[in-house]
Design a protein around this ligand. Structure first.
Ligand code: HEM
Length: 447
């Protein structure tokens, strides 16, 4: 493939581009756009060339491309060691559509709404235990909370030893993903993987993973046998049927549960951490939110504040790379097979021709105004769009409401927190530091 066939991009060595992409994820994207324009090519270690796109028309062409031409599943291989080979995230074409269809009913609005009470009770219990006497990093507390929500509402675990055992092991597995080494996974099932499984951190990971899997298979067995009606997402997956009428296999169920954990836990925790980081630094926004809670009529401003948080700080700044399988034209340029096309949420969200004063945090932009399909893409788009977006919105709303009702929110630092990578997401660099004193009894905005 000749370099001239791809848009221009930095000429720095791959190692330097990789470090910049990893350590200054947003600033590096901005610098490249300022220098090379709305599309540019990055060359990273152990990856094909990635063409970053930020023009909404080009993003639309990518999101609506035929399934056999662009393969996002292939672009997400990095997640394979955790989510497993059946994961909807890793599949393409018909296999992807089949898994997605099996999962869709669990995410229908009415099903998600039924989980509201469970999410609310988990949230209230967690938030009641948060410190109130000093500045606290909210990100770890939010991770704990969103993990608990996944375990209760998605996996359908009831309090007890199995919930405790899975919580401990899954937290350890997710913490492992935080280390740089884990983003270069060996080819699944390959010789390198077999070797690595016996050494160092990979050996520990493999052991914890097999313990977690044993607990998950036990849970699946029991739930299959009990057949009780429940509202959690595992119940929906147990009811799902393939085109030939067969149920999902144990391995499929395990892989999709892990997928929902990986896709839904860290992302929601980071989005919430950014919401607190932004709101605490914008007293007028906080005041509006409290007034809306007091009035108790609707949640238009809360919804707009979440949209604006996800615009300003999309926790996945770039959606999954779409691997080009056959030459494909986007924006009048023909991309050859083997390139990854990467719509950048961060860049499109900070385009001054789309959003006036794009660096300002202004929920008012979205009051009475729905976000655009190709100009607001924190949940990606097309046939890969996030399955859990309404569940995430429900959870974020409930957590913000619970916290603002019970606590006052004070920032404790000057300036904004710098974006920092954590696993696949971007989180506030100081962990979302805030002070949350309890409101005196009877003084919550809703009373
Ligand atoms: C604020 C929270 C969240 C954000 C920002 C987010 C963002 C995303 C993004 C950007 C994608 C890739 C879309 C694409 O490539 O076009 C995605 C996919 C996905 N997300 Fe989310 N997500 C969030 C929460 C959740 C939750 C709570 C769940 C489930 C409980 C979930 C389940 C999924 C699944 C299953 C996919 C794969 C869809 C497919 O490949 O067909 N996400 N998400």
């Amino acid at each position: 493939m000749s370099r001239t066939s791809l848009p221009a991009g930095p000429r720095l060595p791959k190692s330097v581009q990789s470090v910049a992409f990893w350590t200054r994820p947003l600033a590096f994207l901005e610098r490249c756009r300022a220098r090379y324009g709305a599309r540019f090519t990055l060359r990273l270690l152990v990856a094909p060339p990635f063409v970053i796109l930020s023009d909404p028309d080009e993003i639309k062409q990518v999101f609506t491309a035929p399934a056999d031409v662009l393969h996002p599943g292939q672009g997400a291989r990095v997640l394979a060691p955790v989510v497993g080979q059946n994961s909807v995230i890793l599949l393409d074409e018909d296999a992807h559509m089949e898994q997605r269809k099996l999962m869709l009913p669990a995410f229908h609005g009415e099903r998600v709404a039924r989980l509201g009470d469970l999410v609310a009770s988990v949230t209230e219990r967690e938030v009641a235990g948060w410190p109130d006497d000093a500045a606290t990093q909210l990100h770890p507390l939010l991770q704990r909370l969103t993990l608990e929500v996944v375990l209760r509402a998605v996996f359908g675990l009831d309090p007890g030893p199995r919930l405790d055992g899975l919580r401990e092991r899954l937290s350890a597995m997710l913490a492992f993903g935080d280390r740089f080494v884990s983003v270069i996974p060996p080819e699944p099932g390959g010789r390198a993987e077999k070797l690595l499984e016996r050494v160092g951190p990979f050996a520990a990971f493999a052991r914890i993973q097999s313990e977690a899997d044993a607990l998950l298979f036990e849970l699946i067995d029991e739930r299959r046998a009990a057949g009780a009606e429940r509202d959690d997402m595992l119940a929906m997956l147990l009811e799902a049927r393939h085109g030939d009428g067969s149920p999902m296999s144990d391995q499929e169920l395990r892989d999709e549960l892990m997928t929902l954990l990986v896709a839904g836990h860290e992302t929601t925790a980071s989005a919430l951490a950014w919401a607190f980081e932004r709101i605490s630094r914008h007293p007028a926004v906080l005041g509006e939110l409290e007034a809306e809670l007091r009035a108790g009529e609707d949640d238009a401003y809360l919804t707009a504040t979440i949209y604006e948080t996800l615009r300003r700080r999309p926790v996945l700044p770039n959606v999954a790379p779409r691997m080009v399988m056959h030459p494909f034209e986007v924006g009048g340029r023909l991309y050859p097979a083997g390139v990854g096309l990467v719509p950048s949420a961060y860049l499109v969200h900070h385009d001054p021709t789309i959003y006036a004063d794009p660096y300002a945090f202004r929920p008012e932009r979205f009051v009475g105004q729905q976000p655009g399909t190709y100009t607001w893409i924190p949940f990606g788009g097309g046939r890969r769009r996030c399955l859990g977006s309404s569940f995430a919105m429900l959870e974020i709303k409930q957590v913000l409401t619970a916290v603002l009702n019970a606590r006052k929110l004070h920032t404790v630092a000057d300036g904004f927190e710098r974006p920092q990578r954590r696993n696949i997401t971007i989180k506030p660099g100081r962990g979302g530091l805030a002070w949350l004193p309890r409101r005196p009894a009877g003084q919550s905005p809703t009373r």
